[in-house]
Design a protein around this ligand. Structure first.
Ligand SMILES: [Ca+2]
Length: 339
């Protein structure tokens, strides 16, 4: 009887210890520390340097966009939708953005805007749209969301020979988080990110400010990266969009008339930055590319070229007229009968 009572006490003691440990994030901390070691100890000579596939080759893309941020993402999404000869679109992820009408509600607004553009352009219920994550809290901790899980899922279905291209037109949160949650994706993806930074001085742009930790992760982790780093001059006058955008379908009308929502959107020096990313992907021949040493990014966002992070591909210029012409031609071809 005495022994039986002792056994129960021992069992109770062991159970209590197990419960105590399971209530602390011991393993999460180990994951966090091992991720830091994993990145710091990686041989960056082995970082995959992406190359742009010939324009005749089809590529699978996920489009990650802060669609409601301002005005250019809607134009970019439309060009992507009308480029089925180039893109097999796997789906969309709505990303965060941080200004007065975004912040905590930015992801939901981006999600609604993607759905709206798909509907107006005639692609309702054609593609999956997922909500992305709020900005990261810590350097090596992924910010979780269904959008991040979708990127991981599609990446793990892909291969080194046929990677999925994750095209990010907003902050880098979902890309960085997908990598941090499952580093195995690095051999199965190409991350194509709209940086438009102050190269070679500073990693300085609205998309960087939206999630600095995520932006820095794209440079510091062994991810195949294309940095779209140009496009400020991708401007379009009201007269030009009235002639070449507005007449073509409901979507053309929407894209043009959206400009009336804000005096800034109507200005002739307003850039349609993200249109450049999609145009460069549709036809890499209208853009200019360079293989560059990947810099480290300091906490003050200055670039430091130490030769420690391998190489990335950088788009440093794109032809303005050819960029817009791609969209104009496709709108005309697809919606002329609705004129
Ligand atoms: Ca954007």
């Amino acid at each position: 009887m005495k022994y039986k009572s002792m056994n129960w006490r021992i069992l109770f003691f062991i159970s209590s210890i197990a419960i105590l440990f399971s209530s602390f994030p011991v393993f999460a901390q180990n994951d966090y520390s091992s991720m830091e070691r994993h990145i710091k100890n990686f041989d960056f000579n082995k970082r995959i340097l992406p190359s742009m596939p010939d324009k005749d080759k089809k590529i699978r893309v996920i489009i990650d966009t802060d669609a409601k941020n301002e005005i250019d993402d809607q134009w970019a999404i439309t060009l992507a939708l009308l480029s089925s000869e180039r893109f097999e679109i796997e789906g969309f992820v709505a990303s965060n953005y941080d200004h007065s009408h975004g912040g905590p509600s930015g992801i939901e607004k981006s999600f609604q805007e993607i759905e709206l553009v798909l509907k107006i352009a005639g692609f309702e219920n054609t593609y999956q749209v997922y909500k992305g994550s709020h900005p990261m809290r810590y350097k090596y901790e992924p910010s979780e969301s269904e959008g991040v899980d979708f990127i991981i899922k599609k990446a793990m279905e892909s291969s080194k020979a046929d990677p999925v291209w994750v095209v990010a037109l907003g902050s880098a949160t979902n890309l960085a988080s997908a990598y941090l949650k499952n580093p195995q994706i690095k051999d199965r993806v190409v991350f194509f990110w709209h940086g438009r930074t102050k190269w070679p001085e500073k990693c300085w742009n609205f998309n960087v400010f939206g999630d600095r930790l995520a932006a820095i992760t794209l440079f510091h982790a062994p991810i195949p990266l294309v940095l779209f780093d140009t496009g400020t001059y991708l401007t379009c006058t009201m007269e030009e969009s009235e002639e070449n955008i507005k007449p073509y379908g409901e979507i053309g009308k929407y894209l043009h008339e959206y400009r009336f929502k804000n005096p800034w959107y109507m200005q002739s020096d307003k850039g349609f930055f993200d249109l450049g990313d999609i145009a460069a992907l549709v036809n890499p021949e209208i853009a200019y590319w360079q293989e560059v040493s990947c810099p480290e990014v300091s906490p003050d966002l200055s670039y430091n070229f130490k030769g420690t992070k391998g190489k990335i591909l950088r788009c440093y210029h794109i032809d303005r007229d050819k960029t817009f012409q791609l969209l104009y031609d496709k709108l005309r071809r697809n919606y002329s009968s609705e004129k």
